[in-house]
Design a binder for this molecule. Structure first.
Ligand code: ADP
Ligand code: ZN
Length: 783
């Protein structure tokens, strides 16, 4: 259970009791527990076991895991700010003390928890605050997160007085003089009778063929009213759709998965894009839910997966809960409680990586969709865990099964198949037997030399776009950089404006005419002349999505062009607006960054263009080739998902690059073999383990000295396994200088012993006064 404990002179913190023992601490005098906050435990034994594994494996403290795992509403402390909930009205339900707090909050917009203690003239206020939170009377101050905002759809219904059947005749006779209005009302009734679901305004219009003006008139008369539903919140109650019948190939895959589960806890489903992996997941989920057990469905990034959530919701309706660290506190608390109580509402949990921390009790199956996605690895802060690996451990604790799914599995997972740790099931046909798109590489070196490019478009790509548009089909274009151009350079003196806080050049954003740092957010107006030599000879180099969008608007003035990247999806309903507009075919050509590659399913897209594949391939990272293969295959997979075979055109300076060849021929196995050979030769994962230590400080001399000391100490214990210290490609971010040291452990090193040694060295490091202010991060299995 949670307890409130004093910390220092006056601070109160919320803590969790993980173990009861009788060994008095030696280094300090223990204080009394202030009070116990829960009636029943909020965290289960199994969770503690899982959290301890994470803390041990990823070399962080159990407290750090707890902070990541628990929604912050569970961790009140004296510094927490409390606010009134403006929507709360039921003051009668409050006790005297509770009322006092709510009243105090009417005079002051927010109060710290210790201040509340003095208002009530007592120290123990946390239980009262919990009551108030439960009753919805107060809120906690939290940073304004960008919330998951589902698509809102316009629905229409009869107003209360007319919604009764016996009123129908009265209504129709009162409308006798307006034929159109009568027809609309009749259409509404026939739709209601046939669908038995809420009626979309759009559907009513389509079915009746009657204009909006008529509906408006009836709204003014008070017959109809408009309301909005979030697509994902629509409750289908008992009207759930049946899940689709699997086709023969899917059925075989499904049977094989179940057979493998008899001997293996983890199975990898390698199914090409649009082969219907989701339908197989649905079938497996259905079985588990029928047994009354829980399923965890992990997704790389929730914001991008509205489509998938909607799809699963039509099958499983109210049994789904969505959990995401960016949701509001209340929503997260609600899901936590529902999972803990194994409530029916939370039988299928959809979540991004932090959902592995929920209090499952009855977990039977974990599905890890797009298991190759690198966003499953938490980068900062600690725990720097990999959600796929943490989920497999979680499954072991629960004796549950894990299904990994991807069209482009990670090299690590395939390696585990070779090692016979995971089972493997393949699905090599697209649903409906649509062929995989035809991929062509467009050599732009020649075209550049002969000056035959139009902006950044080859003749070939332009032709393909024109053809698709002529057929009224849609196009997706991919460029993995946002902004107008990543470098602005003076053509006289060669100086490029740099970020004052980071070691990178500033990106030019044309629309706002400013230069921006993509690492710290620094921005300034675009200068007219070079800051170094004063000449008006500034030139842009490289290109991002903004530039492509502008070129397209010139090239195709009669078509609508959309852009999807971090800059266009920030605001309210950002992603949803663009995705919906594209789905409704209001956008003909959509330009975007890698956001576009993630699991989207648009039926009318027949062409995907990649403007430049070379940047990605040349990135200095041992995973660059693997990642490029994933990205290009996934983005290609957006083409021709419905009936017609799609086309993909990849522009490159180097069409003979082996990865591009492998993408074109969809040759995952050859890619895998080559990459494994390379990893073996250069001692990279999955053959070796990588632990990365990052040191940061604003004083370069300090961090440099610290990194040399550390490398020497590590070298004494690990010898040649230590690489560095070195400066990363971007060696300063937000004024912090960065040094990294890489430890490459071969698999015959005991991981456990190595970590003990690293921890010891870290302790010595931190006992050196000069190094104490240097930030020391450890990243196990770093990416
Ligand atoms: P994947 O997840 O492998 O990319 P999806 O599950 O999204 O593939 O399936 C691709 C498309 O084919 C979707 O629009 C889906 O509704 C449809 N589909 C797949 N399997 C079936 C099935 N058995 N019955 C009906 N439609 C299916
Ligand atoms: Zn910066």
């Amino acid at each position: 259970m949670r307890v409130a404990v004093p910390f220092g002179k006056s601070k109160i913190c919320t803590a969790l009791v993980s173990k009861i023992h009788k060994n008095a601490p030696e280094a300090y005098e223990a204080k009394d527990i202030h009070q116990i906050l829960d009636d029943i435990p909020l965290v289960t034994e199994k969770q503690l076991e899982h959290w301890s594994w994470i803390a041990n494996y990823y070399m962080c403290s159990l407290g750090e895991v707890m902070r990541s795992a628990l929604p912050s509403a569970f961790l009140l402390e004296s510094e927490t700010l409390v606010l009134r909930n403006e929507k709360f009205i039921d003051e009668k339900s409050l006790s005297d003390d509770e009322f006092l707090i709510v009243e105090a909050l009417q005079h002051q917009s927010s109060l710290k928890i210790d201040k509340i203690g003095s208002i009530l003239d007592r120290k123990r206020v946390l239980p009262i605050l919990h009551q108030l939170l439960n009753k919805g009377a107060i809120q906690l101050h939290e940073e304004l997160y960008e919330k998951y905002r589902p698509k809102l759809v316009k629905y229409v219904r009869l107003t209360e007085p007319y919604s009764r059947k016996e009123k129908l005749n009265d209504l129709l006779s009162s409308l006798s003089r307006s034929k159109k209005q009568r027809e609309l009302v009749l259409s509404y009734f026939s739709l209601q009778a046939s669908t038995k679901k809420p009626i979309k305004a759009k559907l009513l219009k389509e079915e009746s063929g009657i204009s909006d003006a008529v509906l408006k008139a009836l709204i003014v008369k008070g017959v109809f009213e408009i309301y909005h539903l979030q697509v994902d919140r629509v409750s289908f109650e008992n009207n759930k759709n049946k899940i689709n019948q699997l086709n023969d190939y899917q059925n075989i895959a499904y049977t094989n998965i179940n057979n493998l589960f008899k001997n293996k806890n983890v199975v990898l489903l390698h199914g090409i894009t649009s082969s219907g992996k989701t339908e197989i997941y649905a079938k497996l989920i259905e079985e588990v839910l029928e047994k009354g057990k829980q399923v965890l469905y992990l997704l790389p990034e929730i914001a991008l997966t509205t489509q998938l959530i909607n799809r699963l919701q039509t099958y499983f309706g109210n049994q789904i809960s969505v959990f995401h660290s960016k949701y509001s506190l209340n929503e997260r608390v609600e899901v936590w409680q529902n999972v803990l109580k194994t409530n029916e509402k939370a039988q299928l949990i959809l979540g991004a990586r932090s959902a592995v921390f929920l209090p499952f009790d009855n977990l039977d199956l974990i599905i890890i969709d797009e298991e190759h996605e690198t966003s499953y690895k938490q980068f900062d802060p600690a725990p720097r865990y990999h959600a796929r690996d943490a989920a497999i451990v979680l499954a072991n604790i629960h004796q549950a099964r894990v299904l990994l799914g991807s069209a482009t599995p990670s090299i690590e997972s395939y390696f585990n198949v070779h090692e016979k740790k995971y089972g493997l099931v393949e699905l090599n046909r697209r649903f409906g037997n649509v062929l995989l798109p035809e991929i062509e590489l467009v050599d732009i070196k020649e075209a550049h030399r002969k000056k035959r490019m139009t902006g950044h478009f080859s003749e070939r790509l332009l032709l393909l776009i024109q053809e698709a548009l002529k057929e009224k089909e849609q196009v997706i274009l991919f460029q993995n950089r946002r902004g107008f151009s990543p470098i602005v350079e003076c053509s006289t003196c060669g100086v490029a404006p740099q970020c004052p806080n980071c070691d990178v050049s500033l990106t030019f954003h044309k629309f706002r005419s400013e230069l921006r740092c993509h690492y710290c957010g620094y921005n300034r107006a675009m200068p007219q002349t070079c800051v170094a030599c004063g000449n008006a000879s500034l030139d842009t180099k490289g290109f991002g999505t903004e530039q492509i969008e502008l070129e397209l608007k010139d090239l195709f003035p009669d078509h609508s062009i959309g852009r999807m990247d971090l800059d266009t999806t920030r605001g309210k309903y950002g992603y949803e607006k663009i995705i919906t507009a594209f789905q409704e075919q209001e956008i003909d050509i959509l330009v975007g960054t890698q956001m576009l590659s993630k699991g989207l399913d648009f039926a009318n897209v027949t062409l995907v263009g990649v403007l430049n594949a070379d940047n990605m391939l040349n990135f200095p990272d041992f995973r660059a080739h693997e990642k490029s293969f994933h990205m290009l295959t996934q983005v290609s997979g957006r083409a021709g998902r419905d009936k017609k075979r799609g086309k993909v055109a990849i522009q490159t300076f180097n069409p003979y690059h082996q990865i591009l060849q492998q993408v074109t021929t969809n040759d995952y196995k050859i890619m895998l073999k080559e990459q494994l050979d390379e990893r073996y030769q250069y001692k990279y994962p999955p053959y070796n383990r990588l632990i990365k230590i990052t040191l940061k400080h604003k004083d370069y001399i300090k961090v440099d000295a610290a990194s040399k000391w550390l490398a020497t100490s590590l070298h004494n214990s690990f010898g040649e396994s230590i690489l560095g210290p070195s400066s990363p490609a971007i060696s300063r971010i937000r004024n912090q200088h960065i040094k990294t040291i890489l430890i490459k452990l071969s698999k015959d090193h005991s991981l456990k012993n190595s970590k003990v040694i690293i921890q010891k060295i870290k302790n010595s490091f931190q006992s050196i006064v000069d190094f104490r202010p240097v930030r020391f991060n450890i990243d196990v299995d770093c990416y």
